[in-house]
Design a protein around this ligand. Structure first.
Ligand SMILES: Nc1ncnc2c1ncn2[C@@H]1O[C@H](COP(=O)(O)OP(=O)(O)OP(=O)(O)O)[C@@H](O)[C@H]1O
Ligand SMILES: [Mg+2]
Length: 373
């Protein structure tokens, strides 16, 4: 049983509130990723779980036990950092065995565990090497090996891949996920890279300024962000935010962006749902990948945005168009077959089933998929 539970956890450093009433349950065997911009409190949460920082308020449970006053070494948790800090004078074997030695494991058990972990990580050949003779990826594996041999109740990873080059990062990411699928050890993983978060996590925890914004499965958070922060942080390129007003037009309610109008809903139910928004300013959230060059969606009549192309960025799999529509600057990921050219006009179409509406004042989501085309 290695569920980790945070209950109203507060951590202040002087006047800085690094963690602001954080409540979160990480289930046994779960892989949870904490994601958010620099300084939002991710590392602090990990360090609190590990016992490396003292909480200002609240409780942390590991299993059924409150660990507020349990020493880090007695929490039975292994942490892997960004700078994995291998002992330079010890070979790989001893780097992995050292923690067990301190805990007075028998030589036999130590040997068994080191070889088992080395086999899992594919580093059997490296056991005699010193850290300076290892590549970045190999060093990272050794650092993970050091955590694995302890068979802890949980792994805590703090940006373990950020020192690696882009390609290695992707392959190590796969290895970490495979490792979890095999060992099933409860894992809390910190990154500010939302792609890493999306691909690794059972659930992601999006944090901003010490406050947990949203917890959910990656696609749940992507499809149903609860506020503009989460909406803008998850997804790349970032979601477009466009100021609009909700207006009445005969029997219809329209989302008026000045340079375009979308029907909020032509249905009777839609009228009831959205009539309270009449006259209100809202923020329309449109993901770039939900906008296409009209050339390729000819039969769609609603959700058209007329724009001028500012920049065409071919990405291979698609093309990023930076366009201006009235006062709005919008980025769209369109078909690679687009013939759009900078300086020319273009008609874009939005997938109206995928738009997001946010309250302009609170920045909280109003309703998902409100538009029936
Ligand atoms: N020991 C400390 N003393 C004072 N302030 C601290 C200390 N540790 C962290 N902070 C502050 O707490 C806030 C959260 O820091 P934290 O290291 O948890 O952020 P993070 O999300 O891990 O950021 P990054 O992505 O840059 O690693 C920051 O404002 C930071 O400056
Ligand atoms: Mg950090």
């Amino acid at each position: 049983m290695a569920e980790i539970r945070l209950e109203n956890v507060v951590k202040r450093f002087g006047t800085v509130t690094a963690v602001d009433h954080g409540t979160l349950t990480i289930e046994d065997q779960e892989f949870v990723v904490l994601v958010g911009p620099s300084g939002c409190g991710k590392s602090t949460i990990l360090r609190l779980i590990a016992g490396l920082e003292e909480m200002t308020e609240g409780y942390i449970y590991i299993g059924d036990q409150i660990v507020n006053y349990v020493e880090p070494k007695d929490r039975d948790i292994a942490m892997v950092f960004q700078n994995y800090a291998l002992y330079p004078h010890m070979n790989v074997y001893m780097n992995m065995a050292f923690g067990l030695k301190l805990r007075r494991f028998s030589a036999e058990e130590m040997d068994r565990r080191v070889h088992e972990a080395a086999a899992i990580l594919g580093i059997d050949e490296l056991l005699d090497r010193k850290p300076r003779q290892l590549s970045g990826g190999q060093s990272q594996r050794v650092a993970m090996g050091r955590a694995i041999v302890r068979k802890p109740k949980a792994f805590l990873f703090d940006e373990p891949l950020s020192n690696l080059d882009a390609k290695l990062r992707v392959s190590m990411r796969g290895e970490i996920r495979n490792l979890h699928d095999r060992l099933k050890t409860t894992t809390v993983y910190v990154t500010h890279d939302q792609v890493e978060a999306m691909t690794l996590a059972d659930r992601v925890v999006v944090i901003n300024q010490g406050v947990i914004q949203q917890v959910g499965a990656p696609l749940e958070v992507y499809d149903h962000p609860i506020n503009t922060f989460v909406a803008g942080f998850i997804g790349s390129p970032a979601m477009n935010f466009i100021d609009c007003r909700v207006v009445q037009d005969g029997p219809n309610i329209l989302l008026d962006g000045e340079s375009f109008q979308f029907p909020l809903s032509a249905t009777k139910d839609g009228m009831q749902i959205f009539s309270h928004l009449l006259g209100k300013e809202v923020i329309l959230g449109l993901r770039p990948e939900d906008i296409e060059d009209r050339e390729f969606v000819k039969d769609q009549k609603e959700g058209i945005i007329k724009a001028t192309v500012n920049m065409v960025e071919p990405m291979g799999a698609n093309v990023h168009l930076r366009v201006a529509s009235g006062m709005h600057h919008i980025i769209a990921c369109v078909s690679p077959k687009t013939r759009a050219k900078a300086g020319e006009n273009i008609d874009l179409v939005c997938d109206l089933s995928k738009v997001h509406l946010f309250d302009k004042e609170t920045e909280k989501v109003i309703s998902k998929s409100p538009i029936t085309g």
